[in-house]
Write a protein that binds this ligand. Structure first.
Ligand code: C2E
Ligand code: MG
Ligand code: MG
Ligand code: MG
Length: 274
């Protein structure tokens, strides 16, 4: 009886599992092809300097429009790319494109690029970054790399060496989605980040006095440690006023600007100059 039941259970679940897994594999194959053909797009989201009210940089965000399925959100295809190590070639593509775009912007406009943990596992991240800078002619000081604390999990000397080497190139390093992980504070002792990006979940709840107190504490910490603070996910005038009052250096979010094409970024810069 047990044997028969086991078998029927397996028969019942297997086709479903197969369908999901098959879909995943097909999507991965399509993504591999899209990367190989350079068919990913980059969108750019402005960052606002809260002292001057000027746009001082843009974050490059990968976009993928599947030929039949349409736009696939990054929260779907980035994890897919990370599973299959495709993220290394995706990361290279993004880095090259972002540096090339930023090299055409007036100095000192920055570009920020997200870097995944797997990119630190490949030996040559530092060389790849140096290469992207050299090919584009973008000064290193105008490139910022955003990492999340998952990069630092495991207390890996190799990661620290790479971060130091990137820093030695003159590239800036930001800690992204700050406050969402398990031990964000401990990472501040291990590497001298140039920037902390406060996760948008804190900004969403900034009306709550306890959340506002946490944001204030992070800003205070940044001030003591010499780390610039960016508030992510600003959607309302009220949120903008609050993070400004709390002393954040920069802000990003839909209110300031949605991620847009390279063209849109250029016209935003032109508008600033005018
Ligand atoms: P992230 O680096 O934290 O990027 C910010 C995300 O928040 C972006 O989502 C952006 O569109 C969204 N966002 C910005 N302002 C607002 C706002 O005011 N409200 C709301 N609700 N959302 C806002 P997106 O573009 O979907 O990217 C999601 C994540 O995918 C990124 O989070 C990043 O972790 C990852 N990602 C995107 N492009 C790349 C890439 O080229 N390489 C790597 N490794 N990861 C990437
Ligand atoms: Mg980011
Ligand atoms: Mg973020
Ligand atoms: Mg994020």
């Amino acid at each position: 009886r047990a044997k028969g039941e086991g078998r029927s259970t397996v028969r019942f679940f297997e086709p479903e599992m197969d369908a999901a897994e098959q879909e995943r594999q097909e999507l991965e194959t399509d993504l591999r092809q899209a990367i190989a053909r350079g068919e990913l797009d980059l969108h750019y989201q402005p960052a606002l300097d809260l002292k001057t009210g000027r746009v001082v940089g843009f974050e490059a965000l990968a976009r993928w429009t599947h030929p039949t399925l349409g736009p696939i959100p990054p929260d779907r295809f980035i994890p897919l790319a990370e599973d299959g190590k495709l993220i290394v070639s995706l990361g290279e593509l993004v880095l090259a494109r972002a540096c090339a775009a930023a090299a055409s912007w007036p100095a000192p406009t920055r570009v920020a690029v997200n870097v995944s943990p797997a990119q630190f596992e490949s030996e040559d991240l530092v060389a790849k970054v140096a290469d992207a800078l050299a090919r584009s002619g973008l000064p290193a000081s105008r490139l910022e790399l955003e990492i999340t604390e998952t990069v630092l999990i495991g207390d890996d000397d190799k990661v620290m060496r790479q971060l130091e080497a990137l820093r030695a190139l003159g590239v800036r390093i930001a800690l992204d989605d700050f406050g969402t992980g398990y031990s964000s504070l401990s990472y501040l002792r291990r590497f001298a980040f140039d920037r902390i990006k406060i996760d948008r979940s804190f900004i969403r709840d900034i009306d709550d006095p306890d959340t506002a107190a946490i944001v204030r504490a992070i800003v205070g910490l940044g001030c003591r440690l010499g780390i610039a603070i960016t508030a992510e996910g600003i959607e309302t005038e009220d949120q903008l006023a609050r993070v400004k009052a709390e002393g954040c250096a920069e802000a990003q979010g839909w209110l300031i600007g949605r991620p847009g094409t390279a063209e849109a970024a250029r016209s935003r810069i032109a508008q600033r100059a005018a």
